[in-house]
Design a protein around this ligand. Sequence first.
Ligand SMILES: *Cc1c(COP(=O)(O)O)cnc(C)c1O
Length: 360
Amino acid sequence: MSRVYNFSAGPSMLPEAVLKKAAAEMLDYEGSGQSVMEMSHRSKIYDSIIKGAEALLRELMNIPDNYKVLFLQGGASTQFAAIPLNFMNGSGKADYVLTGQWAKKAYAEAQKYGEAKAVASSADKTFSYIPKLNKADFTPDADYFYICMNNTIYGTVYHELPDTGDVPLIADISSCFLSEPIDVSRFGMVYGGAQKNVAPAGLTICIIREDLLGKARDITPTMLNYQVHADNDSLYNTPPCYTIYICKLVLEWLKENGGLEAMKERNEKKAKLLYDFLDNSKMFRGTVVPEDRSLMNVPFVTDSDELNAKFVKEAEASGLINLKGHRTVGGMRASIYNAMPYEGVKALVDFMAEFEKANS
Ligand SMILES: *Cc1c(COP(=O)(O)O)cnc(C)c1O
């Protein structure tokens, strides 16, 4: 068996140790005589999995007690509607910063439900930077202020959070979940799809400050009402049981490997290797301004579409897969989430150096 280095933006690589453990437990989970796939979500044995996952997440992210952790379905995209339905019910206003497609989609959804305002945008330069924010533009009585923390497609990240005062800050952290420590207490809510950095597809994790719950509009579908899921410990209906189990294994792996501080160090070392190469290459260059570069998603280009295509094709033949960039940026993108080992980034950089030599 030979495994490739998968640079996909999501679904993406999982730690090999996690896959092996899941394989070993596939037919008989801890002597229960069943696979986790076959278990009742209301059984005692499954309860220890979902509760265990929550406890580990709370420990790793240092989540304060006044926050609820919800394990939901529907992807990050479903939350684009759930967020205004649950929270845009005071002034009916909310501020959005447009830093890419995911923020734009969330903004468009919120416009259906109330007065969503775009307070800044980096669309003028293909979202290659995080726009500077001017507090005078913020809506003082907004129900919340929304950002997409790490922009998966464009490769930017907020290194500093906006100061929104008493207005709750809500962040989509899909593509930087668990990649480094964050101060959850700075947010009203953080959430993300699990398939980038936490688990396989099918699970969305929402972490919500308790005092923001219970304000959903009457028309909110029951399944989109966060209070309903909070009241039922994420067991209002059948949760994505197996994905939550893999999530638990990933969290155990994170803990065994030093937690989020250690992950940050690892991720910085990986990203530095790639960015340093890009900064010194005559053929390849990164597309993001250096001060806003993401640790997780690294878009880069050559000056020729033909060379880009050749690179992606030849990389794939060398076991470096899914390097084609998003269609709106072109070129290449390497997603180097937690599960991508240093050796994978090293293999990529070595391949880029060889390619540059052979084609210039
Ligand atoms: C992938 C992604 C999404 C969409 O996630 P789904 O789970 O497919 O709905 C939203 N936001 C960000 C930042 C993403 O990376």
